[in-house]
Design a protein around this ligand. Structure first.
Ligand code: UDP
Length: 247
């Protein structure tokens, strides 16, 4: 697959400066040429985690398509002179599902609680009636034989799009470990997207999204995130400011 045209670098992390149509075009080309493409929807928390966890760091840096998802990431990139807009992972993934439904491509979804997964699929199929979800499994399985059975069944379902919602870093590592066993599939780690599609969790109101404040909405509505965000975000800001123009 060709590397997307514009690639910025933040510390050692590449970020592809693509719009939604450009990102979709990369996936279309990759599916057409039957390659296995890993998509990462990057945010500052992931960068800070990647610095502590070399395996995650390697995966984040080597993914075929790395999207600027986090508001803090967009802020840092703009600070270093890159004209970039946020591309939320959930919007990208939903665009892929719509495209898959139009093209008759097969989709596998792995992750989230069983009730969340069921509701999300019900809503997605209602929205995109031609959507073919040929494999789905909840995300609370054990490593070993149970996980292997899930991998085998998902490969056998021959999906072209595989959405994995196991949280960071587990979803990125799962994709990295198993993607070579599929034939021409695009993989996206989708975090909490199934929770939103299920209707059990809301996205931030439009005005907050436009102001790049979706992260603030999430920590207000899911307070357990505060500890995680405040442990990483200030450090990320300091890292960016200290790096000056050299990040
Ligand atoms: N999840 C899962 N298995 C696990 C841990 C998490 O399926 O062992 C699911 C969880 O139910 C949720 C998603 O993974 O649907 C992670 O969402 P979160 O918003 O925490 O993702 P992150 O903030 O890490 O992107």
């Amino acid at each position: 697959m060709d590397t997307p045209a514009k690639t910025a670098r933040l510390f050692d992390y590449p970020v592809h400066l693509v719009s939604l149509p450009q990102a979709k075009a990369v996936v279309e080309e990759s599916v057409r040429t039957q390659q296995n493409l890993q998509v990462v929807t990057l945010n500052p928390e992931m960068i800070m985690q990647g610095d502590q966890d070399p395996e995650l760091g390697r995966i984040l840096k080597s993914a075929g398509l790395i999207l600027p998802d986090g508001a803090g990431l967009v802020w840092a990139l703009r600070k270093h002179g890159h004209a970039v807009n946020r591309l939320p992972g959930i919007e990208f993934s939903e665009a892929l599902l719509q495209w898959a439904a139009e093209q008759g491509l097969k989709v596998a979804i792995i992750g989230a609680r069983q009730d969340v997964l069921d509701l999300a699929i019900q809503n997605l199929v209602q929205r995109y009636p031609n959507l073919q979800i040929t494999y789905a499994h909840h995300g609370f399985f054990k490593p070993g034989p149970e996980e292997e059975a899930i991998v085998q069944a998902s490969v056998a379902a021959k999906p072209q799009i595989v959405l994995v919602a196991l949280g960071v870093p587990r979803q990125e590592k799962w994709i990295d470990q198993y993607k070579a066993r599929f034939q021409g599939a695009t993989f996206v780690g989708i975090g909490g997207s199934l929770d939103v599609w299920s209707g059990l969790t809301q996205r931030a109101p439009g005005i907050m999204r436009r102001l790049n404040l979706e992260w603030m909405y999430r920590i207000t509505t899911e307070p357990w995130r505060i500890k995680r965000t405040y442990k990483t975000l200030p450090l990320f800001v300091v890292k960016v400011l200290l790096a000056g123009g050299k990040a």
